[in-house]
Write a protein that binds this ligand. Structure first.
Ligand code: 13P
Length: 266
């Protein structure tokens, strides 16, 4: 069976309540519903609840950008993933901005992955090397460390709930594009590590996304890379024309893939 592709918009710390609501309205007019694509929006935590009342759940799923791993307690200013139950279906974990600006470690990341799973929310584990690590030839090592570190608390029954997003830090918000070859190599490493840790079935089932300066003109390059199951989009997800266009591209490629499979069988 073909896996659904995921197209995720990470709005980061943009759009106030009013703007988010208008933007969601625009998106809902432009983004078509396709059975082979899940479209997921990650607005700021502050707007999540009101957007969850406005959103057509058939059209969009919601994701949190961040949360704290404890379920409740004296943690001033934090939001727990258990408080997000019923509002989001997914949650980003370990985004490079969380790691680099807010000092999140693999230990925090693995606690968050476990907390999301415990609360029936699918974690989207973000991993990727920065430009120094890339230049020193350490990219594979960093990806492997972050993956092993982030998945350390996940059992083989739960691994299929996890989505992995490969986002090279040097390509995030920079307009610098990873090549298809770069992405292919990293996704291959991720899958083979998942095979080692969780077995062959998990390795083929887990969805691995690419993110980093994805826009309407380069989306098909990444969607075309072997074994890439979708995209995590920052800047271009705040543009309804581009975001809806990317969803259409993903759907078109799913159709092509279906046709190819049918032809192979004939
Ligand atoms: P850009 O698409 O703006 O590079 O951001 C990518 C990203 O960080 C998505 O999580």
């Amino acid at each position: 069976m073909m896996k659904k592709k995921l197209v995720i918009g990470n709005w980061k710390m943009n759009l106030n309540m009013h703007e988010s609501s208008i933007f969601l309205h625009n998106l809902s007019e432009k983004v078509k519903v396709h059975r082979d694509i899940d479209v997921i929006l990650a607005p700021s935590t502050f707007t999540l609840q009101s957007l969850s009342l406005q959103v057509n759940h058939h059209q969009f799923k919601l994701a949190a950008q961040n949360f704290y791993w404890r379920d409740q307690g004296a943690f001033t200013g934090e939001v727990s993933v258990s408080q997000l139950r019923g509002i989001v279906q997914y949650a980003l974990v370990g985004h490079s901005e969380r790691r680099n600006i807010f000092g999140e470690t693999d230990k925090d990341v693995r606690a968050k992955v476990a907390a999301a799973i415990r609360n029936n929310i699918r974690p989207i584990l973000c991993i990727g090397e920065n430009s120094d690590e890339r230049n020193y030839g350490e990219a594979n090592l960093v990806i492997s460390d972050q993956l092993i570190g982030g998945l350390a608390n996940v059992s083989s029954e739960d691994i299929e709930k996890v989505v992995i997003a490969y986002e090279p830090v040097w390509a995030i918000g920079t307009g610098e594009h990873a090549s298809a070859e770069d992405v292919k190599r990293s996704v291959r490493i991720i899958r083979s590590l998942i095979r080692t840790l969780f077995g062959q079935e998990a390795a083929s089932d887990v969805r691995i996304l690419y993110g980093g300066s994805v826009n309407l003109s380069n989306a098909d390059v990444y969607l075309n890379v072997d074994n890439v199951d979708g995209l995590l989009i920052g800047g271009a997800s705040l543009d309804a024309y581009q975001f809806s266009g990317i969803v259409e591209k993903a759907h078109f490629m799913q159709l092509e893939e279906t046709k190819r499979r049918i032809d192979e069988r004939l």
